[in-house]
Every structure is written in C-alpha cells, then in structure tokens.
Design a binder for this molecule. Sequence first.
Ligand SMILES: NC(=O)C1=CN([C@@H]2O[C@H](COP(=O)(O)OP(=O)(O)OC[C@H]3O[C@@H](n4cnc5c(N)ncnc54)[C@H](O)[C@@H]3O)[C@@H](O)[C@H]2O)[C@@H](O)CC1
Ligand SMILES: [K+]
Length: 508
Amino acid sequence: MKILTAAQTREADAQTITNENIASVDLMERAALAFTCWFENKFLPRQSVYIFAGPGNNGGDGLAVARLLHERSYPVKVFVIGDLTNASQDFQINHDRLPAAIAATPIVSIADFPSIPERALVIDALFGTGLSRPVTGLFAEVIGKMNNSKVCVISIDVPSGLYTDKQTPSEGAIIRATHTVSFELPKLAFFLPQHEQYVGAWHTVPIGLSPKYIAEAKTDHYFTTLEDVQQLLKPRRKFSHKGLYGHALLLCGSLGKMGAAVLAARACLRSGVGLLTVHAPSVGYSILQTAVPEAMTLSDPNRRVLSKLPDQMDKYSVVGAGPGIGTERQTKTVIGQLLATTSLPLVLDADAINLVGSSDRLKAQLPRNRVIFTPHPKEFERLVGKSKDDYDRLENMREFCREYACYMVLKGSHSAICTPEGEVYFNTTGNPGMATGGTGDVLTGIVTALVAQNYTLKEACLLGVYLHGLAGDLARETVGEISLIASDLIEQLPKAFRRLAPHQDLAR
Ligand SMILES: NC(=O)C1=CN([C@@H]2O[C@H](COP(=O)(O)OP(=O)(O)OC[C@H]3O[C@@H](n4cnc5c(N)ncnc54)[C@H](O)[C@@H]3O)[C@@H](O)[C@H]2O)[C@@H](O)CC1
Ligand SMILES: [K+]
C-alpha cells in the first residue's frame, strides 16, 4: 500500500470531494465518524473526554468528534486555541453545530488550561497535515501541558506539531500521543523510530478517499499488508521434487557462535528450501549434523573460523552468508572471493556486512542486482555511514541501493526494505520481543530459502520480512514479549506460512 505525503493527502481529500460531489464538511463528518467508531470500540463512556481543537480542519474534526461522542453519552469538554476569526470554514460549521450542552472554552493564555482528572481521556485536534511551521508560543505551552497530563492522549490524524513527511525542526513542540488514529493511510513519519514517543500506537480508519487518486499517486514509500504478501506466495506444485525448490548454501558460524548457524539453517529449512548445505568451521561439524539433520554439512579446513569457499559453488542457487562468522582476516578473504567469483544471488548479514563495510575494495566488488543486505542499524552505519536523522538515513539507504544496485532490509520495529530503484517498503509485522539475539540469523535463513525457491530478490525481502515478523507475533501469543527467543520464531514459521495461504494445503 502507498504512503502519501501531506500534500498528496490534501490532494486526495480534494479529489474525493470533487469526484463524489460532496461538500468538504461532509468528508470531515465521515472522518469524524470513523474516528468516533474507533474510539467507541476502545473506550467506554465512563471516562470524561477533553478535546483540544486548533483553528484548521484538524480542529474541525475535533469539534465534530465532540458532538458525536456527546451523542453517544461520553462526558465531553471542548477547548479551542488560536485566532478563531481566521479558523477554517469547516471548523466554523462544526463550531456552530456543537450542542448547547458543550461550551467550547477558548484558551487565550496558558492560565486557561484546565486541570485534567487522572482517568480522563485527551483528544488532540490541534494540527494535522496542514502544519506549516514548527509549533511555538501558546500552542507549544498547551502541548507541554497535554504531554504532562499523564493521561491517555489520542491524536486525530497526526500527533500535533509533527511533520508527516519531513524532519520537524527541534524548536517545535510535538504531542506525545498514546494512540494516533490516522485517516485512510498511515503517514511516513509513523514508521520512523525517532517518532516512537510522539506517535504511540498508530491505527488507520477508512474514510473512502479516492481510490483512483491513490492508485495514480506517485510515491517511493509503501507499507506491506497481509494482502500484499499473500499475492506473492507461490503454491507448491503437485508433481514436486526437492530440485524445484533450490539448493541454498549458508556460510555461517565460528567457534562459540555455532548457534547462529543452527538458527539460520533451521529457519531456512522451515521456509521451504529444497536442499540446504551449511559450510562452517570444523568445530561446527558435529553440532550441525546433530542439531539440523535435514541439512548437509561441509567442514572448513579451519577449526575456528571460515577460511575457504566450498568447491563447486555453481551447484547452489543462492548463498546466505554472515551469521556468527566473525571478522577475522581469513573470513574477510572468503567474503571477498564470494563477491568476486560467484554469480549467485547473495544474502549478506551480520559480520558479512561488517566486513564489506570495513573495506572499500570489497564494496567495489559488489555484484549488481544480486545482493540483499540485512543490517541492523549499527551494521547499516558501518556499511553506509552515519545519518543526521531517520529521514537522512532513508535517503542514505536509497542512495546506497541505487549506487550498488542492491537490496537492503534495514531491520527495526518497522523494517524498511529498499530496492535498487530507491523504493522503500515498511513492514508491518513484528514486536519488541524480537529484539533479542539470533532473530536476525532466522531472517537470513528465511530470505535465503525464498531466493532459493526462485522468488525475486524483492519478493524474498518483502515476504521474508513479513513472515519473520508474523512468526514473532505468533510467538508473542504463546510466550509473551519478554520470554521470546529466536527459536520461537522458527517454531512459529509453519503457522506463519499457513496464515498467508490458509487454504493451500486443504485444496488438494
Ligand atoms: N481537507 C479535508 O477535506 C479533510 C481534512 N481532514 C482533517 O484536516 C486536517 C488538515 O487540515 P488543515 O489543512 O486545515 O490543517 P490543520 O488543521 O492541520 O492546520 C492548519 C491551520 O493551522 C495553522 N497553522 C499551521 N501550522 C501552525 C503552527 N505551527 N502554529 C500555529 N498555527 C499553525 C494554519 O495557519 C491553519 O490555520 C487533516 O489532518 C485532517 O485531520 C479530515 O477532516 C478529512 C477531510
Ligand atoms: K492532531
């Protein structure tokens, strides 16, 4: 699904109004109703609701929500801030529509800010996508009070003060929402780690924005949904044999880090690969043979670290390299040979990324359109360099992927997948329980297995990252976030695959 800029969102609003021949206040009513339905499902009408409305259409939404919640028996109090003589037309209309029981109290100085009871709910309707400068002055003071209120704050459309598609200057005050309820689509800002404290948990509610406009809108930013990845999953053929599903080679492990190889190998096997060979330092031979009997194991001449590429590289369909390999000189040589001599697709993770990042010579050897990097933020920094902020990091990722014609999975709460064309796809599965050792090794195994099965590199990234997060979400249901370990993801992979294709096994 596409992510639109603030300007595109305004255009989508405008086109919806024109195409459907409705007044803008009718679209506002739809938006307010969608928000109210979400709210009703979440909170009972026992808690009093304090709504703070600014002078634009976001404030107009707040006033319409006040009326709708009042009709549903919520005790509502409304406060309006700003120069109301310049308020938007739809704000005015909704101001006039407020029932007599709700008096909109103006806040003209911070002394007018009400005391908010402990169990109240606060709705933030100060600014939305029309924010045109950093929030300062009285608005900033109001935001400060709302942020210090220690109650649940729900932002309409956007946390007020946050630009949705570019860096917000540091002098601007921003609401720290508990929930943000966005109209139709999430905003780019919601996917960036630096905004976690402002956005809180985000949700989207449909308001029927023009599908035609959305379909035609140009963007480089997307988020992946269940429907998107379901379309990618290929059913297995009836007359199947293991040769159809590729032969993956994993270069993993070193003394003390054989667990990484075991995790990557198990995940690879659970992701449908036809055959798997793991090449590891000789210390890992019996470990792998015992822990992963389904995989073939090749023993490196070196006991502790990888020192040599296996023979007959052309019999494999893909190489996944990096988990647990360390950064010793011999291993660097192996990665160099891998880049220079094979013509296979490569999934590079962990220390393979660190090794490439530490050497301009290795970078120069990167083959085009054949490499997927799966860094976490620190590995990303070693490979690509430092970034000023999360927008700058997105730009740097895009530039790197364009320059080296590679794919990148920047791991995080919303892992970001970048293509050589500079398109970025944010993943929507996963949870903080997955921030634990070994989950990255599992992802390497999954993505490697998908490439082996002839998924394109882009498909393997989108599908693999989604499944990895989904397995994490399923694991959370059984073990919770705190106790979750990487092996739990592997255990849940079968269920995750079946979630994507619920009827496939039954269809036979
Ligand atoms: N256009 C439409 O038809 C719809 C708009 N919707 C709502 O409207 C919002 C966008 O409304 P607007 O474009 O009116 O913009 P906003 O309501 O976000 O704010 C614009 C107003 O705030 C002022 N302003 C901007 N930055 C300021 C700052 N830093 N300090 C003080 N004042 C500032 C502007 O001068 C203007 O008066 C969306 O986020 C959404 O909530 C929804 O009702 C859906 C339909
Ligand atoms: K808002």
